[in-house]
Design a protein around this ligand. Structure first.
Ligand code: C5P
Length: 229
């Protein structure tokens, strides 16, 4: 891969659904001037293409075309967070070909962020294990199922999405199962990831914790060979 050795900070945050990865990754990105990618949005973007097709089937030619037209703006589409898209994303993410197609996009974000950024931060399920195995900082963020369900339910309420807490909980539980039991790129902490259980942390406390991990890591890297970080 080109430019893999560019001395920019790479941060990987993985964890199950609704563990707070995205909120924290956004905050870290802002503080450290990193390009941020919520990789789940890529699977959701593909899921939307499948959902919008007549037969609701995966058509790789169409997905390839959609990938060429992908912009950051398209990943902000509110439709991506709807329930049918969430379900389809969970199903199609098991497909090897889908993951291969999206790996290239994620690598571009991870290893070639535009000059104005001091590095990149990606959050997802397999960032520290598959996408950026050489990330300088890896965090595996989790929280109990109950805590995550309540958090996600509150988010849906704010977005005026009608649902119930028990439905949100069972959907998350199902997605956790699918993500941890799939054959490829299953959800698990990288061997060198820092584990953070945010069940009893609010976002601010979790941010402080991750920030501390990053600062320590930067200090260590600067003291050794990565002088430009
Ligand atoms: O993170 P989010 O819930 O938006 O992800 C949607 C779906 O995409 C997940 O349920 C998961 O199956 C899939 N995904 C994945 N690998 C990633 C990110 C998301 O398989 N790195």
């Amino acid at each position: 891969m080109k430019n893999k050795k560019v001395n920019k900070l790479r941060v990987a945050i993985d964890g199950p659904a609704a563990s707070g990865k995205n909120t924290l990754a956004k905050q870290i990105a802002k503080k450290y001037k990193l390009l941020h990618l919520d990789s789940g949005k890529l699977y959701r973007y593909f899921a939307l293409q499948v959902h919008q097709s007549k037969d609701q089937k995966v058509n790789y030619t169409k997905l390839k075309q959609a990938l060429k037209k992908l912009t950051l703006q398209k990943l902000k589409d509110k439709k991506l967070t709807t329930e049918p898209i969430t379900k389809i994303a969970s199903v199609i993410s098991k497909k090897k070909k889908i993951r291969q197609m999206l790996k290239k996009v994620q690598h571009d974000f991870a290893y070639n962020p535009p000059k104005k950024f001091k590095g990149s931060i990606l959050d997802g399920r397999d960032i520290g294990t598959v996408i950026m195995p050489d990330a300088h900082v890896k965090v595996y963020l989790t929280a109990s199922l109950d805590v995550r369900a309540v958090r996600r339910y509150k988010e849906y309420k704010k977005m005026r999405i009608k649902t119930t807490l028990s439905k949100v909980k069972s959907d998350i539980q199902k997605r956790d199962y699918e993500d941890t039991h799939r054959k490829i790129s299953s959800l698990k902490p990288a061997k060198d990831a820092v584990l953070l259980d945010s069940s009893f942390y609010n976002t601010k406390a979790a941010f402080v914790e991750i920030d501390r991990v990053i600062r320590n890591r930067i200090k260590l890297l600067n003291a050794t060979k990565h002088k430009s970080l």
